[in-house]
Design a protein around this ligand. Structure first.
Ligand code: ZN
Length: 138
């Protein structure tokens, strides 16, 4: 078994900023000209997530609106009593969505659906720079 570690940085605006990172992941994987591998995409941080979406204008509104119902930004959170950083909702949303995704590489192609993009969602209440790790196992 061989492991290749790649990483890249993404600047975000925070406040549930959804960034399409599909091309970054493809570049990290395809630069090695592998045929078959397990590809894990992971972001470090407790107020940021990695997931999949169809990156189109409607869903880019639907997902934040849905998360606002589940973990409203203006609600009182115990986390804010601890740190007074005002981002309790960001931690809760990130925990629900998760911070990694898996994509199989089969016959030289990442197996993403035609309308499926890999996205980073930054829930924090300020602009951040995030490090995304792509771990390729074959
Ligand atoms: Zn916090």
């Amino acid at each position: 078994m061989t492991i290749i570690n790649e990483k890249f940085s993404i600047n975000t605006k925070g406040n549930t900023d959804i960034v399409d990172i599909t091309k970054h992941v493809q570049q990290a994987v395809y630069s090695h000209s592998l045929q078959n591998a397990s590809v894990n995409v992971y972001v470090a941080g407790s107020t940021v997530s990695i997931t999949n979406i169809e990156f189109e204008p409607g869903l880019l509104v639907d997902l934040p609106e849905t998360l606002e119902k589940i973990a409203p930004a203006k609600m009182a959170y115990h986390h804010d009593e601890t740190w007074h950083d005002g981002n309790g909702y960001a931690h809760v949303r990130a925990s629900i969505i998760g911070n990694s995704t898996f994509v199989p590489l089969i016959d030289g192609a990442l197996q993403l659906g035609q309308w499926q993009q890999i996205v980073l969602i930054d829930f924090d209440n300020k602009a951040r720079t995030r490090t995304v790790y792509v771990q390729i196992v074959y």
